[in-house]
Design a protein around this ligand. Structure first.
Ligand code: ADP
Ligand code: ZN
Length: 439
């Protein structure tokens, strides 16, 4: 296997040197974090007063974890470590989970992030000969701009098509001979279904590679996309708290994702006890960004479940790999790449007096895309059986939900007592999405 490197020296650094670099950068990051109101307080409570308090990786446990709630509480400036004059970009997490979390970037932060994305793309054999169509949403969501900057740095011709408008995506792919795309796996399956409808065949396209991320998907889905399109599909992992895409990426070996360890310190912990778990044991991924200036975030609990794989990758990179994300340790659901907590849906439903007590969130696939259905009972006093009144309520709920979760749900109204009641913990989310495709 002949691997292509973007920065061979860093990517193949021996473990000893790589770990020394991590430790040195971790200390510098702590010093940077101490400039933020949040960490000034949090770290001093933990007795960490300077980066020098971390003599070895054994001392990392002195650093408290950071959670999404901490980031929310610190919104908007609690995690800012530089003067606002030095900030050139702001991103927020999908913005769908209540109070958003803000991540700021200096010019150097953006340059380093773009470099990691270029490195990630190069690891899949991409080069300046590729035409890259970025079908991720541009904007606050990091999926769009993140890989965009990396692809430009690599020298690919970038088509910033953004998400949606499938006929136009296909037109662009055909006209400009797109060779690589970036999208959610569900969107690519949808796109495939539309090729024929647009009167096209695969031979009208020049696609060779796709980068998929932003939502959990199985190896089965990857293989399905690969065989439908006849291309290579690479898994891309990232989260806005850690920049976005470019945290961990598959290389040409397509066996797990290299975490760029010169820039991130990765740990796996038991989500219940928070005890550190060694390589090969599945748990929650905890990440520390090692080079960020504007928003240093230490030991961030991603809630994503995975395993650190031991062993050398065939490509020759020394950076350790994580397995495909198995799921989440909290109840967040991801619908076509958008993060939603069931509690957000519940909060909307409970604001409307005509809504009864029982509801269910049902997820399945329609033409390869995720479909979210909110099934709710109508309160007995509001259940007149009159069609116009029920239709009005249904539309009202659809509108309220859309503005809260940013995803267009199907709303189903049911008679009082019609939805299943569970005797134990209520089963609020029924996820049938994998049933359809993973067989
Ligand atoms: P973004 O705005 O980039 O989606 P968020 O912070 O809103 O970032 O969402 C990040 C989350 O998306 C991750 O914590 C993870 O749960 C999910 N995610 C991102 N990439 C992948 C992937 N390749 N496989 C599985 N889940 C992913
Ligand atoms: Zn590799």
């Amino acid at each position: 296997m002949s691997a292509v490197f973007w920065e061979k020296e860093v990517e193949t650094l021996c473990r000893e040197k790589l770990e020394a670099l991590q430790l040195q950068r971790l200390r510098a990051t702590i010093d940077q974090a101490l400039k933020t109101p949040f960490y000034k307080k949090r770290l001093s409570q933990a007795g960490v007063l300077s980066g020098n308090d971390i003599a070895s990786f054994g001392d990392v446990r002195k650093i408290p974890y950071t959670t999404k709630d901490d980031l929310r509480q610190g919104f908007p400036y609690g995690f800012l470590a530089v003067n606002t004059d030095d900030v050139i970009r702001l991103h927020t997490s999908s913005g769908t989970t209540g109070t958003p979390t803000a991540v700021y970037h200096t010019r150097d932060d953006i340059a380093r992030w773009a470099n990691l994305c270029a490195r990630s793309l190069a690891a899949t054999g991409a080069s300046q000969r590729d035409v890259f169509q970025n079908m991720m949403t541009y904007g606050l969501f990091t999926g769009g701009l993140g890989l965009h900057y990396g692809a430009e740095l690599l020298g690919m011709m970038v088509i910033p098509s953004g998400s949606g408008n499938t006929p136009r995506q296909l037109q662009l792919m055909r006209h400009f001979r797109t060779t690589a795309v970036h999208a959610t796996p569900s969107y690519l399956l949808h796109l495939f279904g539309e090729i024929e409808k647009e009167g096209l065949t695969l031979s009208d396209l020049c696609l060779t590679k796709a980068y998929v991320g932003a939502e959990p998907h199985s190896e089965g889905i990857r293989r399905k996309i690969e065989s439908l399109f006849g291309i290579d599909v690479y898994n891309s992992y990232g989260l806005s708290e850690m920049n976005g895409p470019g945290v961990a990426f598959e290389c040409i070996a397509k066996e797990c994702m290299h975490v760029w360890e010169d820039s991130y310190y990765a740990e796996i912990v038991d989500p219940g006890t928070l005890e550190a778990l060694g390589p090969g044991r599945e748990g929650e991924l905890v990440l520390t960004a090692l080079t960020r200036q504007a928003t240093p975030i230490l030991r961030y609990r991603t809630r994503d479940l995975t395993v650190i794989e031991e062993g050398q990758c065939a490509c020759g990179r020394t950076h350790r790999r994580i397995a495909r994300i198995k799921g989440r340790s909290d109840d967040m659901i991801i619908v076509n790449g958008v993060n939603i907590f069931p509690s957000q849906i519940e909060a909307v439903l409970m604001r409307v007096p005509e809504v009864g007590t029982n509801y269910q969130i049902y997820l399945d696939k329609q033409a390869s895309l995720d479909r979210l259905t909110v099934k709710t009972e109508v309160a007995p006093e509001a259940f007149t059986g009159e069609f116009v009144a029920l239709e009005k309520l249904r539309n009202h709920l659809k509108h309220l939900l859309k503005s809260e979760i940013l995803v267009n749900p199907v709303v189903e109204l049911h008679e009082p007592g019609a939805l299943p009641v569970s005797t134990g913990k209520a089963v609020r989310v029924v996820d049938q999405r994998n049933e359809a495709y993973c067989g």
